[in-house]
Design a protein around this ligand. Structure first.
Ligand code: UD1
Length: 436
């Protein structure tokens, strides 16, 4: 009998597991470098051409926010965008757009840096437990801004302008480091960030700014010095390759088996991932801008602890957990950044995984039979984890919630299909009562 709810269309990824992967895959520009650079164009007040932009929904959303706020945004080709922020207007970010994405916090730093005031809705993003912004606020306040939170908006005002200062972060936060760089690049005098994040995307942001006439040194170390300049100019800039997309394909090849060459990457950024895969018994061959992964699917368990760069990336742990379900022996995965990043393990358990989570540590006993199931992407990298498990498992998996995966992976279905995976996307009508 029909229920009282109208059916809704949902997109799914269908995977028939057990196919080995062979061939080359090209990696796109890095999402987490593209996002701060897109918002950084606001500080240039002029025209920038950004190349190697990944076509993922978080990037498209960021460009849409800039466009809605008065910037001119033109795609020159699939991966190149011209952004002119001369007519960008402060405080006009649509609430429903910024509340979808964590990187909207970068609007705060960009608006403060350009207008000495900001008004931005509370940011969204993946749910890993509490995601505070106290360090961002501490940074803005050190530069002379007063920050308040009212009716779901974060407001900031630097009545006497922004003046460089020494800022020490208790935690090496990527977002707070980016935001202080955005807020201080045009401030008066010298800003020094101590215990700054050292991720490659921080270096990319500094390189972008310096190409536009900024004076930033030390990016990539834990002390970044930003000497404020009077103005920036536009530039043409190419985003670095995405180490997390690259790592995801490396782990997929390890778990599903086969031989895959990951192209257009910076192998140095992949060191922790390559080393861990080698420790699991997977063969890794490194070239100038590519890595080949050769796997006979015989893997052994390992211990992983995520840490800020150059430690093991938290954004790679779910994918490794998925692969470790197929490895011999016991693995221990400890999360050193986020308080609750193990929601995806419920999905892996539906496929037969033996994973115990206690606090911030998961213990995975490998070798239990993994079979296809109806599973969902609970967050971006958790979604990549279920795809990897489904590629290596026996039988058919149906993955829902794929719009979350599309926030950070462009064309993942076609890229895997080109490597020989039996994978496709479809759209089905379901009753809201049946959505898992
Ligand atoms: C960024 C990445 C995310 C990645 C994370 C860590 C983007 C868009 N997202 O997120 O994919 O998982 O880096 O590599 O680039 N913290 C505070 N106070 C703050 C800010 C952060 O205590 O004000 C803490 C967080 O709770 C967390 C740690 O610092 O424990 C790291 O967070 P942070 O580096 O800021 O992550 P994001 O920039 O949000």
């Amino acid at each position: 009998m029909a229920d009282n709810f109208e059916s809704v269309a949902i997109d799914r990824i269908i995977i028939n597991g057990g196919k080995k992967l062979y061939g080359d895959v090209y990696i796109e520009g890095m999402k987490n470098a593209a996002l701060p650079i897109i918002f950084a164009t606001i500080l240039t007040k002029s025209k920038c051409v950004i190349e190697n932009l990944p076509s993922v929904s978080d990037v498209i959303l960021s460009l849409r926010i800039l466009k809605d706020m008065g910037a001119s945004v033109k795609y020159i080709d699939d991966t190149t965008v011209e952004i002119d922020t001369e007519n960008f207007e402060y405080g006009t970010a649509p609430y429903d757009l910024v509340s979808k994405m964590r990187a909207s916090t970068y609007l705060l730093g960009a608006e403060i840096g350009r207008f000495q005031k900001a008004k931005v809705g509370w940011p969204g993003g993946c749910d890993f437990g509490v995601r505070p912004i106290d360090l961002h606020i501490k940074g803005f306040e050190a530069l002379g801004a007063k920050v308040s939170i009212e009716s779901g908006y974060i407001n900031a005002l630097a009545e006497n302008g922004l003046i460089g200062n020494q800022i020490y972060f208790d935690v090496a936060s990527v977002g707070a480091t980016v935001n202080v760089m955005l807020a201080s690049v045009l401030a008066e005098g010298l800003t020094v960030i101590e215990n700054a994040a050292r991720e490659p995307h921080i270096v990319d942001l500094a390189n972008f700014f310096n190409t536009c006439g900024a004076n930033i040194t030390g990016a990539g170390t834990s002390v970044i010095k930003i000497r404020g300049v009077k103005k920036l100019h536009g530039c043409t800039y190419t985003i670095i390759p995405d180490m997390i997309e690259a790592g995801t394909f490396m782990v997929a090849a390890a778990a599903a088996g086969g031989k895959v060459t990951i192209k257009n990457i910076i192998p140095k950024h992949m060191e922790t991932v390559s080393t861990k895969l080698a420790e699991m018994g997977v063969d890794i061959e490194e070239y100038d801008d590519a890595i080949t992964v050769i796997s006979d699917q015989k893997m052994n368990g390992v211990t992983i602890k995520t840490l800020p760069y150059p430690g093991f990336p938290t954004d790679m742990h779910p994918q490794f957990s998925a692969a470790l379900c197929f490895a011999d022996g016991i693995s221990v995965v400890s999360e050193g950044i986020w308080e609750n990043r193990f929601k995806y393990t419920d999905e892996l358990r539906k496929m037969g995984a033996n994973i115990m989570v206690e606090g911030k540590t998961a213990t995975i006993t490998g070798g239990f039979k993994m079979t296809g199931a109806r599973v969902k992407a609970v967050d971006l990298r958790g979604g990549a984890a279920v795809i990897i498990a489904a590629l290596a498992a026996e039988g058919t998996s149906e993955i829902t919630g794929i719009e979350i995966i599309e926030r950070g992976y462009h064309d993942i279905v076609n890229k895997l299909a080109a490597l020989g995976a039996d994978i496709h996307k479809d759209r089905v009508a379901v009753s809201p009562l049946n959505i898992v």
